[in-house]
Design a protein around this ligand. Structure first.
Ligand SMILES: Cc1cc2nc3c(=O)[nH]c(=O)nc-3n(C[C@H](O)[C@H](O)[C@H](O)COP(=O)(O)OP(=O)(O)OC[C@H]3O[C@@H](n4cnc5c(N)ncnc54)[C@H](O)[C@@H]3O)c2cc1C
Length: 451
């Protein structure tokens, strides 16, 4: 057994300096050198039972084999192994929380997981730089056609795989460009939108047709699509955000997270000339302390907010892996983020009672501290007020409280589609709000089902 995992430490995030990165909208993560990545790959133990591959990665990437190829400097081999299971590693290697790393045996043994995500990033960036990534054209068409509603990661994955296996594929999206939340949700400082466009162009070259600015259910009916295609894949995500119906909700200056994030991404990429929502010079309060809240924090910091904090009703997660989520499970614990390093202040166990305002604009939020009781499985079960309320002054409130899962019948009715065998739901639309890697895996599974 190699002992490299002892001699070489796991690498934590390597971000560009804060003072530099908050002045731009470029990716925060600094690229690593090939030799450094080879060393990191050499920490992989090539375990007999690689949980990273079997239970960690929803795509079942052959992580130990890929790491071995990288360690040996066989970048092309590593790319080919990765591309066998992962259609868009340029996305996952940037924004995946890396379920694989949480289940790495080195993590379980307390040595710090192999840096699977950063290794994947170097592989895919090397592959693009060397021209190894080519359009996946089908050998021949099979005479069948499919309409994909929604060009997010699940729809793109289904479209890429079905196209490669011979189907004629048309993707319909209500947005101007495909990518879904990759394009209009996740900020540019986490994922450069040029990478989303590059993948879109590759898929077009491979033969996939894209129809932007086409809302199914409004501009074209689902029934029409079903008449003209052999199958319909519904990949429209979870577009309905959770709202906070407390007094004062009607005030100006209270927006949903995607209004802020989508507007800023549109401006960064020239799709719009200005943002629809700006935190410039404002005291910004984000309600919701999850990943979306962090993304909003980094966004308003770049816009020049005077201050930014997030509050959450849920309790602060433990600093270390909770005993209720032992290795190799995905750990429930407090996670850092680039936005927190940049100045986002986070607070937990605060319930929002009402919004206050003047002249129709929000000026503050009244919150009350709460104390949580936990169920036997460690999950927060119920809360009670634990102190007096207070006012947090603010002039922009961003709601980042997640998205609602719609029922299958509701989704189909909204699109004007019947519930039948050749109508398949995928990604977040099928499973509720989740992760890009799971959406991609689901898109591939759906394509296998159809093919
Ligand atoms: C702000 C934010 C940040 C996130 N960050 C991460 C992250 O860092 N890592 C991670 O793994 N996951 C992240 N997620 C979750 C991840 O983005 C989603 O799980 C994933 O994008 C779901 O993919 P999808 O294809 O199912 O849906 P989406 O990405 O939501 O795509 C759905 C597409 O359907 C289109 N559409 C909807 N209705 C219609 C219609 N009627 N007609 C035509 N088109 C329609 C939409 O325009 C959209 O393009 C984040 C989510 C949010 C909101």
């Amino acid at each position: 057994m190699s002992r490299t995992f002892i001699d070489i430490s796991r690498l934590e995030h390597v971000y560009r300096p804060i003072g530099e990165r908050i002045q731009d909208t470029l990716e925060v993560e600094a690229p690593l050198e090939s030799d450094e990545v080879r060393q990191l790959a050499s920490r992989c133990q090539n375990c007999g039972l690689p949980y990273c591959h079997t239970m960690g990665c929803p795509l079942q990437n052959a992580i130990p084999d890929i790491n071995r190829a990288v360690m040996q400097g066989n970048w092309r081999d590593a790319w080919e192994r990765l591309a066998e299971t992962s259609p868009f590693p340029e996305f996952t290697s940037r924004i995946c929380p890396a379920l694989c790393e949480a289940s790495c045996c080195l993590e379980g043994e307390g040595f710090g997981a192999t840096n699977v995500r950063q290794i994947e990033k170097k592989i895919v960036d090397t592959a693009f730089a060397n021209g190894w990534v080519v359009p996946q054209k089908p050998l021949r068409r099979n005479g069948k056609s499919v309409a994909v509603i929604g060009g997010g990661p699940s729809g793109l994955a289904a479209a890429a795989k079905l196209n490669a296996s011979g189907w004629k594929v048309a993707v319909f999206d209500r947005n101007e460009q495909p990518g879904g939340l990759l394009r209009y949700g996740i900020p540019c400082f986490k994922l450069d939108k040029a990478l989303v466009e590059r993948r879109w162009r590759l898929m077009e070259e491979a033969g996939v047709e894209f129809h932007g600015k086409t809302e199914v259910g409004k501009d074209v009916s689902g029934g029409y699509l079903l008449k003209h295609f052999d199958a319909v894949v519904v990949a429209l995500g979870t577009p309905v955000p959770r709202d906070l119906k407390v007094p004062g909700r009607e005030l100006g200056g209270i927006v949903q997270a995607l209004e802020l994030l989508g507007g800023q991404n549109r401006m960064n990429t020239g799709e719009a000339t200005e943002t629809t929502v700006s935190g410039c010079g404002k005291k910004v309060l984000i309600i919701g302390g999850g990943d979306t809240g962090n993304d909003c924090g980094g966004t308003v910091i770049r816009q020049g907010a005077a201050s930014v904090m997030s509050i959450d009703l849920m309790p602060k997660p433990p600093l270390e892996r909770s005993v209720h989520t032992p290795w190799p499970m995905w750990p429930y614990k407090l996670r850092g983020s680039s936005s927190v390093d940049e100045g986002l202040q986070r607070f937990w166990s605060l319930n929002t009672l009402r919004f206050l305002g003047e002249k129709g604009q929000v000026t503050g939020v009244e919150v009350v501290p709460v104390k949580w009781e936990f169920a036997e499985n460690g999950k927060p079960a119920k809360f009670a007020v634990s102190g007096p309320s207070r006012i947090i002054p603010c002039d922009l409130v961003v709601l980042a409280m997640g998205f609602l899962r719609q029922k299958r019948e509701e989704i189909l009715a909204g699109l004007g589609l019947p519930d039948q065998e050749n109508v398949l739901l995928v990604g977040d639309a099928a499973n509720g709000p989740s992760l890009v890697v799971r959406a991609i895996a689901d898109g591939l599974k759906c394509a296998t089902q159809l093919a």
